[in-house]
Ligand binder design. Sequence first.
Ligand code: HSE
Length: 296
Amino acid sequence: MVRVTVPATSANMGSGYDSIGIALELYNVIDIEESDHIDIIDKNGQFVPKDARNLIYQCAKRVYDECGKPLAGLKIIEDCAIPQTRGLGSSSACTVAGILGANALLGEPLSRQDVIDLAATIEGHPDNSTPAILGGFCVALLEDGHVWNVRVPVHGAIDFIVFIPDFKLSTEKARAVLPKTIAHHDAVFNLARAALLAGSLTTGKLENLDVATGDCLHQPYRFGLIDNGEDIVRGAKELGALGTFISGAGPSIIALVYKGDRDYLTRAQAMCKEKYPHWKPIVLRCDEVGAVTKWI
Ligand code: HSE
């Protein structure tokens, strides 16, 4: 049996809409082996289809199809800690798990770049799927089936406080509210900040992060779908966050926090308990490893 461990991811990070993402230390662990039928077991109570509609199964089957190999069925055991539909890359993690699991079962016919390309092509969001595979902070764009990507080191002084609400927001709904075209000055606003973000995260120029996570391409439109989202952003900044943004398409919100600020989580928990009981903050570090496949 093959075990694939895939990290959560946070896409966009404010200014890097559809192009920047980071892997976080929260994991889906998927065990997978060939079988004569489809057998899907969920270990922690999240809803997962138990038939051929299952995303992990579909992605694994796609690899078998592309390699011209027949597949009767798979046994898949899912232990998924990444909450679904919260902007933390749960579907990317399942996509990557299915591809890497099948690739291992078939004796690694796909290269790492093949896996990156296929994951982004299936998933549609290279800013999630690429850091899920490579770990760390990635810049990625998908063009004609190929993902141009770079993994950039993140300065060690930053923690990620992830405010997760008890409600869901589908990516489809969160993309439907975005305008079809934007003004030239809005494009410039974001591209300058996305470049500043990449450089500042790498070098640890923490004082840039508030400006560098600024965005006018997607967040202003999405806050209307996230109850108390702007309040969380404001509160997180008042508590001392270095920068804040909607994680992926939302609804989770992330605050970048100086690692030396050891009480930040306690202050964030107190704020949510008192004012925003539908939100729960947790602290996560950047995952530096990415997806891991091993035989068990
Ligand atoms: N960049 C994508 C979006 C991420 O913001 O819609 C979706 O997970």
